[in-house]
Design a protein. Structure first.
Length: 406
């Protein structure tokens, strides 16, 4: 089975934009705009296909470590105004991409200034072109909100860019941006056109589901999601690891295990759209707050819907709150509409949520967790046979994490 990696990365970037919007006020589709500008500048420099793929992938994911960075600052009670940690974590997170060209430093140095006043004090010529292009595209979109800039502002924008040449931006980055940022490009960056523009500029990238890059991508996604809240630091990671373990128990081949693992990793992607204050609220949620929490599943569906060949993965990821008796959400599916993997992932999700510590309950043992699952099965909510299998497989992991699949 082949996976369109570029479309998966775009979906992840869209979720990151929402997080950045909540935490830092970034605009919608920020990652796509940065990637499109970088692609156009890369074409100006006549980059080959692999180099364009590396540049646009890093541009889409340039803020991938934002949730980890915020969580590190909160937990360690320190402030890093230079954003060094953000850059280091971000570069480390994308090393799994396995693109056939060197992209080291693209994210690590994307906040460097040409005059050496960036986090690492690198001057023009001391950091890679990819980082220069991400820097200028990122800064421009953040400062100018390109999703709604009028044509009349374009000359002033170009003038300001020129003034920053050799100071904030490198001379060659400024030259490239001057060449590609015209009225036609500006119009293509508006919110109602950016998705189509991104599909034209960002190179297609296809990988086999069995490629190790897919597993690393899934692990990477779980970190982004889990670091959204202090109370879900291991949630998606452990569900993905448990999904792989249960897949092996049922005799799935590597391809099937990889698909199920990826679905498990992505199942809470929509939770990145939920305000952190609601996710971490220690008291009972209001009716409106609960409906907001529930919306994360439909958001996951929407983010994964446009990915070619992703139908099964999308369904497994998006049906994890459905119930056999039709009482689940968001679609109200019934037993005859839920395949085995949808039922299995729903049970794994409940097991993890019930067993891990939350604001409203302590960590639970395997035995106490299974009691709750069997009660739900007897009530017609979840598959009792799957519960029995989970009881057999997970018993040895009471109060312990399931390790990452080897």
């Amino acid at each position: 089975m082949k996976i369109r990696m570029d479309k998966v990365i775009k979906a992840i970037a869209a979720a990151l934009d929402i997080v950045e919007g909540e935490l830092l006020g970034a605009s919608s589709h920020h990652g796509k705009r940065v990637a499109v500008l970088c692609a156009a500048m890369g074409q100006y420099f006549r980059m080959d296909d692999d180099s364009l793929l590396a540049l646009t992938s890093c541009a889409l994911l340039h803020d991938n470590a934002l949730t980890e960075y915020i969580m590190a600052e909160r937990s360690e009670h320190r402030h890093d105004p230079s954003m060094k940690l953000h850059c280091e974590l971000g570069q480390n997170n994308v090393k799994f991409l396995n693109i056939h060209t060197d992209f080291s430093g693209f994210i690590l140095y994307h906040h460097e200034w040409a005059n050496g006043l960036g986090p690492y004090h690198k001057q023009e010529g001391e950091f890679p072109l990819g980082a220069e292009l991400i820097c200028i595209a990122d800064s421009l979109d953040v400062s100018r909100h390109l999703q709604n800039v009028s044509f009349e502002e374009l000359p002033l924008i170009r003038q300001d860019i020129a003034k920053s040449s050799g100071v904030h931006y490198t001379n060659r980055a400024v030259t490239a941006l001057w060449q590609i940022l015209d009225k036609e490009m500006l119009l293509s960056l508006y919110d109602d056109r950016i998705v189509e523009t991104a599909s034209r500029y960002i190179p297609a990238w296809t990988l086999d589901i069995e490629d190790d890059v897919i597993l690393h991508l899934a692990e990477f996604v779980t970190r982004i999601i889990d670091y959204k809240s202090v109370f879900t630091r291991r949630h998606s990671t452990q569900i993905a690891n448990k999904a792989w373990l249960m897949g092996k128990y049922y005799g799935y081949d590597r391809s099937h295990c990889s698909q199920f693992y990826l679905a498990a990793a992505l199942h809470d992607l929509g939770k990145l759209t939920i305000p952190t204050g609601i996710l971490e609220k220690p008291d009972r949620l209001s009716g409106d707050e609960f409906r907001i929490i529930q919306s994360h599943v439909s958001k996951t569906w929407e983010m994964l819907e446009g990915i070619d060949g992703f139908e099964s993965i999308r369904n497994w990821a998006s049906f994890h709150h459905e119930k056999l008796n039709g009482a689940g959400y968001p679609f109200g599916k019934t037993a005859d509409q839920l395949d085995f993997n949808s039922r299995l992932l729903a049970c794994i999700d409940i097991y993890q949520a019930v067993s891990e510590e939350r604001p409203y309950h302590p960590q639970r043992s395997h035995e106490d967790t299974m009691q709750i699952l069997f009660d739900m099965a007897r009530g017609g909510c979840i598959d009792e046979g799957i519960c029995r299998d989970i009881d057999r497989v997970m018993a040895e992991f009471s109060f312990r994490d399931v390790p990452y699949p080897v």
